[in-house]
Design a protein around this ligand. Structure first.
Ligand code: NAD
Length: 554
């Protein structure tokens, strides 16, 4: 068992290095299968293998402030003398040359120990457990309530599947948005883990019982969450046959991966694990068939009037490949509910108390409530999170903040660290699912106005910019396994240790990071992004922004 170090004792030559080491330890502390270095998403890892992990730890403990550790797909490669304001850690994870970027090549390289998948936040040590995704999931469900159900999910039924690292946030998010969540999960240990950490209320393996509980909660208009042990490819069609029509349907099984992600119908977990070693092709074919059944049930409900959307697990692409021609009739959640926020540079921003002291997160909560009274998204969220969200691992919080706000918060926190009001350093990071952090044509960048969905220059520029601005860790990721060839993304971490140098770097990094995101959407033709660039003083050279500025001057 790996547990992140806590307290004031440094093992490294500075807090910046120590913070990154604790972030690495923390992703394993809160991860799904730490023995295998797997953090979430079926097989997204923190390091290539245990010897690599040990070498990374050793390198971090001896790293000087003007040195940079280089990591290739979870394996440390070398240390270079750079400069004190340069990143301490640079990573490139799971990247393959275009024509080779497919599942077949990727699995072969992985089998030979030459690559690893880092997900968005596993390989770059930024995952903070389900608490890191819960605001985004809440934000999505609350927006669904606002757009489709008169402002709330009260008395509304959400059917979804998958209670893993990310999907485990769904029941709590639905309850926070006022609805009733019926969550289908094939692995009982995942259900129990969500109950133990306060994300899920009740469990049953009986479909009848789950339906009864859901009906009672809907009638009483009480927010409730129910975990139902079963396979989505069996349970969903059974619910359709019973004539049950949910209000909202989505899914967070690891459908992105046919080999180790999605459990085919008719197999126990033991049979599945055994078979995927012996006959991986048969397992993949069975998963494909089950995903097709699963998505057909989602489409049935969509035709009956339910609000159905994909939650970014590539299930539509898998179903389409399995013969479900109309799988893409289901929309992606980002386009509908999240993109308007990206245009303002708003996205999932996170902070971690590397001291391990929960007081530090409480202090940042108080600071946000005091300094951001005009931002109801984040102030409502902080109050909800204080009431509902338990810490996992190092105390941490997520808060969706936009361009300008992130840098402002980080500078306030850095000052508070310097004054001792926040007792230890705070590491700031954000999800790759953000305005500038990713190109993924079936998710974040699906159906962009200008059709630039697959252009991956943007996250690469984002990463380069974050390096020059002085981030502590910068990572360039691409999809692995079933996601191979589907995306390019970039991650960043920067530590507020209370020093003046940290203040300069925090300001530069967090302003550039959201700034390039806003310009990405301005470039794609989004009026909100053009307006944000103009009004927030981003120095854009794009004709649309310049013209808008002139029009404003007139
Ligand atoms: P995970 O592997 O930790 O969990 C997946 C869960 O699905 C597991 O608990 C597994 O037992 C369950 N499962 C698999 N097959 C099933 C089936 N047939 N029926 C019922 N349950 C089944 O993965 P995770 O981290 O929770 O992520 C889930 C998926 O959602 C991934 O594809 C991830 O990429 C995606 N996701 C995307 C976003 C985004 O767009 N940013 C956010 C969250 C999650």
């Amino acid at each position: 068992m790996i547990r992140a170090a806590r307290g004031p004792q440094l093992r490294c030559r500075g807090w910046r290095q120590e913070a990154l080491l604790r972030m690495l330890e923390n992703v394993l502390e809160v991860g799904e299968r730490p023995d295998d270095l797997v953090v979430y998403g079926a097989f997204a890892k923190a390091a290539r293998d245990w010897p690599s992990f040990e070498r990374i730890v050793a390198a971090l403990t001896t790293l000087d402030e003007d040195e940079t550790l280089v990591i290739q797909s979870g394996k440390p490669i070398g240390v270079f003398t750079t400069q004190a304001s340069a990143p301490l850690v640079l990573m490139a994870t799971s990247n393959l040359v275009g024509k080779w970027a497919n599942a077949e090549h990727w699995y072969e390289l992985e089998r030979r120990g030459l690559t690893m998948w880092g997900g968005y936040t596993a390989g770059d040590w930024q995952y903070i457990g389900s608490q890191g995704i819960v605001q985004g999931t809440y934000q999505t469900f609350a927006t669904v309530g606002a757009m489709h159900f008169g402002g709330s999910l009260r008395g509304r039924l959400v059917v979804t599947s998958g209670l893993g690292g990310m999907g485990g946030a769904q029941p709590l998010a639905v309850v926070m948005a006022g609805g009733v969540a019926l969550c289908v999960e094939v692995d009982v240990s995942r259900i129990r883990r969500r109950i133990a950490t306060g994300y899920l209320e009740r469990e049953t393996s009986s479909l009848d019982e789950a339906v009864t509980w859901a009906g009672e909660a809907l009638e009483a208009r009480e927010p409730r969450s129910i975990g139902l042990l079963g396979n989505a490819a069996e349970v969903l069609p059974a619910l359709v046959r019973r004539g049950i029509r949910p209000d909202i349907v989505t899914d967070q099984t690891s459908a992105h991966d046919l080999r180790v992600g999605y459990v085919p119908a008719g197999l126990s977990l033991e049979q599945w694990r055994d078979l995927r070693e012996r006959e991986p092709d048969a397992v993949m074919e069975a998963a494909r068939v089950s995903i097709a059944t699963h998505v057909r049930a989602m489409l049935d409900w969509q035709r009956q009037g339910a609000v159905v959307f994909e939650y970014g697990n590539n299930i539509r692409a898998q179903a389409q490949a399995a013969g479900v021609a109309d799988a893409f009739e289901i929309p992606i959640f980002v386009e509908r509910y999240i993109r308007p926020l990206f245009c303002k540079g708003i996205g999932p921003f996170r902070w971690v108390a590397v001291s391990g002291d929960p007081h530090d997160i409480a202090a940042v909560d108080a600071l946000i409530l005091r300094e951001f009274p005009d931002n109801p998204i984040v102030t409502n969220w902080i109050r909800l999170a204080q009431e509902h969200v338990q810490f996992q691992g190092l105390p941490a919080r997520i808060g969706w903040l936009g361009h300008g706000e992130r840098a402002r918060l980080a500078l306030l926190v850095n000052d508070a660290v310097a004054r001792g009001e926040v007792r230890g350093p705070i590491a700031f990071t954000r999800d790759h699912l953000d305005a500038g952090g990713v190109s993924q044509p079936f998710r974040e960048t699906e159906h962009l106005l200008d059709g630039s969905d697959a252009v991956s220059d943007w996250p690469l520029l984002n990463a380069l910019l974050n390096c020059t601005a002085g981030a502590d860790l910068v990572a360039i990721h691409a999809g692995g396994g079933g996601y191979a060839g589907y995306y390019q993304s970039a991650g960043v971490t920067i530590v507020a240790d209370g020093s003046p140098a940290a203040a300069r770097r925090l300001d530069a990094v967090l302003t550039a990071d959201t700034g390039i995101g806003v310009l990405r959407y301005a470039d794609a033709g989004y009026a909100d992004a053009v307006a944000t660039a103009r009004t927030r003083g981003i120095r854009s050279l794009q004709p649309t922004v310049i013209e808008a500025a002139h029009a404003g001057d007139d």
